[in-house]
Design a protein around this ligand. Structure first.
Ligand SMILES: C[S@@+](CC[C@H](N)C(=O)[O-])C[C@H]1O[C@@H](n2cnc3c(N)ncnc32)[C@H](O)[C@@H]1O
Length: 284
């Protein structure tokens, strides 16, 4: 995976591991690239385009990345000061809880990043009052050299690119001026998987059938306007199939991402566990 920038957030559902399959499928000479469900921003940060739009309805993410871009590497020293202030370590649950309380009072965006370094599975979860509530990642999660290296490379990339940050529901794209040289990448929550941002317990809107239909309609609209799009998703996952998506995808091009997809003996053996991960595009 040399050469690709990895988000410092270890984001659930992040596409870092499959960048080598999806990035070469994107068109070249892109005017505006929209990462519509940006999450940890593993995809958009690796794209070359005149302008990049990051969007995620979780406003804390866009705030954080905007802050990283503006502050640059100054934040590294600030992180060490906070770690020392709260005596944070893999073992110190009390320190973590004290920082969590402080963040929920003051909403300092750098504290949120530091919390994700020490939280269980690095998850970012909020209650309905938008208070951060992920438990401590005891003996597992900490700010370390790998995260720091990812953070430094990520900040360099943010600062070298022309990026605008949005925190809107994806339907805002209807009112956004895009043309033939522009490109929209969509990595929404998957209807048939159970990532924790699907469960409605993250303080943000749940992903359900209505949202899925709205998204497919939006993609049809973009196609009508000759705007190129690529949609990441799964057609089949752990014995479930997304029949609406399978039917809809027949109008477009479907590229199978799974390394084992063409290996039929692998598929026979792994039928129940099988996941068909795809990239659906409206261009060859
Ligand atoms: C699979 S993740 C994206 C991961 C990202 N591609 C990466 O590599 O880090 C899906 C994201 O969609 C966001 N999301 C869910 N519903 C949304 C909506 N209605 N509008 C905008 N973003 C939404 C979630 O907050 C989540 O961050």
């Amino acid at each position: 995976m040399k050469g690709y920038i990895k988000s410092p957030l270890n984001y659930t559902g992040g596409k870092y591991k499959i960048l080598e399959y999806i990035l070469p499928c994107f068109s070249k000479n892109i005017g505006t690239f929209v990462d519509l469900f940006g999450g940890g921003f593993n995809v958009g940060v690796n794209v070359d385009a005149k302008k990049i739009i990051y969007n995620d309805h979780n406003l804390f993410l866009s705030q954080m990345f905007e802050y990283f871009k503006a502050e640059g590497l100054n934040i590294i020293e600030k992180i060490y000061i906070r770690i020392s202030d709260f005596d944070l370590s893999e073992e110190n649950a009390e320190g973590y809880l004290a920082l969590r309380e402080s963040y929920n009072k003051n909403k300092d965006i750098l504290d949120l990043f530091i919390l994700t370094c020490y939280s269980f599975n690095h998850q970012i979860r909020f209650n309905s009052r938008h208070e951060f509530n992920t438990p401590f990642g005891k003996n597992r999660s900490a700010y370390n050299k790998t995260i720091e290296e990812n953070l430094i490379n990520f900040i360099h990339a943010l600062q070298s690119k022309n990026i605008e940050f949005f925190s809107k529901d994806f339907t805002f794209l209807y009112g956004f001026d895009l043309g033939e040289n522009d490109f929209v990448y969509c990595d929404p929550p998957y209807l048939i998987s159970n990532a924790s941002y699907n469960d409605g317990k993250r303080g943000f809107k749940n992903w359900g059938t209505d949202e899925e239909i709205q998204l497919l309609d939006l993609l049809d609209f973009l196609d009508y306007k000759h705007v190129k799009f690529a949609l990441s998703n799964v057609l089949i996952h752990k014995g479930m199939s997304n029949d609406r998506l399978i039917e809809w995808s027949k109008r477009y091009n479907v590229k199978h991402i799974d390394k084992n997809y063409n290996n039929s003996s692998y598929q026979r053996k792994n039928k129940d566990k099988e996941t068909q991960e795809v990239l659906i595009t409206n261009y060859e």
